[in-house]
Design a protein around this ligand. Structure first.
Ligand code: ADP
Ligand code: MG
Length: 279
């Protein structure tokens, strides 16, 4: 939960209260100092969806509930926050169920999409040129046949990788649009923009990645070893009213990625040995 303030401060100073799950693991991660109030469910009489825990926090912070923003992943938590008279941003813990969270003031796909400035809070300062830098992560393997969605027909071919063995890696990363560098063993290193989404063939239980290499190749490269370093995030997946607006958005993503990858912050990964496999 965040107490809304108007002064510009880094994120850590903003976070005023955390409500602990039973195991309290967060406290061992170095974040403890960022909170001025820490409370556990055992400190109130009624658990969520009762507003009691949130009202108790407001009291301890010495602020009015109406000037608090709650960030919640559970339905009872959203209900409790609203009942406390607070604004609530839901980050559903169950994927693809945003419609269950209608009580929330906003439903976001992941914490990557939290925009404090929408709630009268200072913005995060790590966004740069419409991108959010990430701790880089790697994925690679031979290029496989995709799902026959005809991306190439749209002028947006995506070189699919088998995600076998990468299930847990992908589950750590929310669906959405990302960018980074792509290395093809025989062809070099290229800028890349990609989406992480849900595999339509496995009843949406598995994620897929769809990297578009930002280069014109005069032939396909199925079977070749492709290595990716993902360095930043652009936006969540979205629904588009028409194919045309989807294509326009993807071209906009391309522009954002191309410009960002020229920044030293991102361009330095271009020389990473991981991209230059000889397999
Ligand atoms: P599929 O459904 O098999 O992935 P696509 O229509 O997405 O088919 O086309 C992807 C294939 O096109 C890649 O596997 C690759 O061999 C080829 N390709 C050609 N140019 C590119 C590019 N710029 N980015 C990604 N793949 C490309
Ligand atoms: Mg494809």
């Amino acid at each position: 939960m965040i107490r809304k303030m108007s002064t510009a401060q880094p994120l850590k100073k903003l976070v005023s209260c955390v409500i602990l799950d039973l195991d309290g693991t967060l406290l061992n991660t170095g974040w403890k100092e960022s909170f001025s109030v820490i409370i556990g469910g055992d400190e109130v009489r009624l658990g969520k969806p009762s507003p009691e825990i949130f009202l108790e926090v407001a009291k301890r912070l010495n602020v009015d509930p109406s000037s608090c923003l709650v960030i919640e992943d559970s339905l009872p938590g959203v209900t409790a926050g609203r009942a406390a008279g607070m604004e609530v941003v839901a980050v559903p813990s169950i994927p693809k169920q945003p419609h269950l969270y209608t009580l929330a003031d906003e439903v976001i796909n992941s914490l990557l999409d939290l925009r404090p400035e929408k709630w009268g809070l200072p913005p995060f300062q790590d966004w740069i040129k419409d991108t959010l830098p990430l701790e880089p992560w790697h994925i690679g393997g031979p290029v496989v046949k995709g799902f026959g969605r005809g991306s190439k027909v749209l002028g947006i071919p995506t070189a699919n990788l088998s995600t076998e063995g990468y299930g847990s890696l992908l589950s750590e990363h929310p669906s959405g649009v990302y960018f980074g560098w792509a290395g093809l063993s025989k062809r070099g290193v290229f800028k890349m923009v990609m989406s992480i989404g849900w595999n339509p063939y496995f009843n949406n239980t598995e994620k897929t990645i769809e990297p578009w290499l930002l280069h014109n190749f005069d032939e396909d490269f199925y079977g070749e070893e492709l290595r990716l370093i993902i360095v930043g995030y652009i936006r969540p997946e979205a629904n588009f009213s028409s194919l045309q607006s989807l294509i326009e958005k993807i071209h906009h993503d391309r522009k954002v990625a191309e410009e960002a990858l020229d920044l030293p912050l991102f361009s330095k990964y271009k020389d990473d040995p991981y991209l230059k496999s000889s397999t």
